[in-house]
Design a protein around this ligand. Sequence first.
Ligand SMILES: Cc1cc2nc3c(=O)[nH]c(=O)nc-3n(C[C@H](O)[C@H](O)[C@H](O)COP(=O)(O)OP(=O)(O)OC[C@H]3O[C@@H](n4cnc5c(N)ncnc54)[C@H](O)[C@@H]3O)c2cc1C
Length: 391
Amino acid sequence: MDFSLPPEVEAFRAEVRAFLAEHVTDEVIERAHATGTMHDWGLHRQMAAEGWLSAGWPAEFGGQGRSPLEMNALTEEMYLSGAPVDGLGVASLVAHTLLIDGTDWQKRTVIPRILSGEVMCCLGYSEPDAGSDVAACATRAVRDGDEWVINGQKMFTTLAHEAHYVFLLTRTNPDVAKHEGLTMFLVPMDTPGIEITPVHTMGGERTNITFYTDVRVDDRHRVGEVDGGWKVMMTALVFERNSAWYGECVRLLDTAVAWATSARDADGRRLIDDPLVRERLARAAVGNEVANLLGWRAAWMAAEGQLPGVEGTMAKLFTTEHYQQAADDLIDILGPEGLRRHGEPGAAADGWVEATYRHCQVTTIYGGTSEVCRGIIAERGLGLPRSRSSR
Ligand SMILES: Cc1cc2nc3c(=O)[nH]c(=O)nc-3n(C[C@H](O)[C@H](O)[C@H](O)COP(=O)(O)OP(=O)(O)OC[C@H]3O[C@@H](n4cnc5c(N)ncnc54)[C@H](O)[C@@H]3O)c2cc1C
């Protein structure tokens, strides 16, 4: 079996790596860490100028027509560099969904502005009582002539404070089965009636609660059919990232190896020469390799014209579970100083393992929890009887 990538993918990867080495500066990384906002407008616009926001798009949209393998290399390199690129991922997801389910007006006006790096989007799916069961959405949209009036509350609207549009799931019909009465909108964030309250998570990430009070939007902001929001959601979910966390796992291991190479025990011996430390580093490295191959398998299937729904879910599940196990293993080898935060004097590994340890906890929650992922693999991959899971 040959796992090597075609030369054109490696050439593109090298180009991306050189660009990121120049533009993902310590300052960009420190700013994302300090604010918890995983989006950097300067970097975003530089990537747009390089044509990488639209790299996977056809030429008619100003894209480079890059293959799924090249796009996977781009994603991998972005995360390996430590770039705060969650905004890019969400914007790209919304643009792809509009291409399939959007109106001509939306394709003409919104997609080019997303791909040029001018505007950003956030996702308004989750609510206090509708997370994994997202179809339980209660945010109401009621038609009033050519407009819709929206009232409700969304939980965890990450990047709402930076975004120009919220891709909003609403309930338009409460009298039918829950999946059938939903409608999706792309609502401009400057519409009167939208309020944003920050939420700072244990992992250091900033997300938001968003409130919608008599928010009026023109019908042209509706995406897909009235009561056809579930179909649009299904399109959008296909574009959710899968094994992006592989890059974070590699950065964690690199940090731990660098620390173990320089740190010494009480007898002056290098910690990397301790067999127990080596065992944990090796376990993390093996898991990283498996995560990498699962991610590439999903990308390869996409390149072959297949839809890697189950395989992408497998990559996401394995990578994030492994990420937590590795962080757990590696924070232990650092000892008490490993619990000091980044920026504190005496913090082992400059506090980056500690920061990663807190951050990685959320990765088995968003983008589908591990339990929900296991349900999808069991039902769609193994053909086991259906559970109550919907996402
Ligand atoms: C930092 C952060 C950022 C986020 N960003 C966004 C965002 O930008 N936009 C957005 O819309 N959402 C966002 N989310 C929400 C995220 O998608 C949800 O948290 C996730 O879907 C889980 O929903 P919940 O938190 O309501 O948990 P629940 O769905 O209430 O789950 C609670 C527990 O029950 C388990 N469970 C639920 N259903 C099943 C089932 N069928 N089978 C087995 N077990 C089940 C879950 O696995 C979990 O362990 C974000 C969340 C976090 C924490």
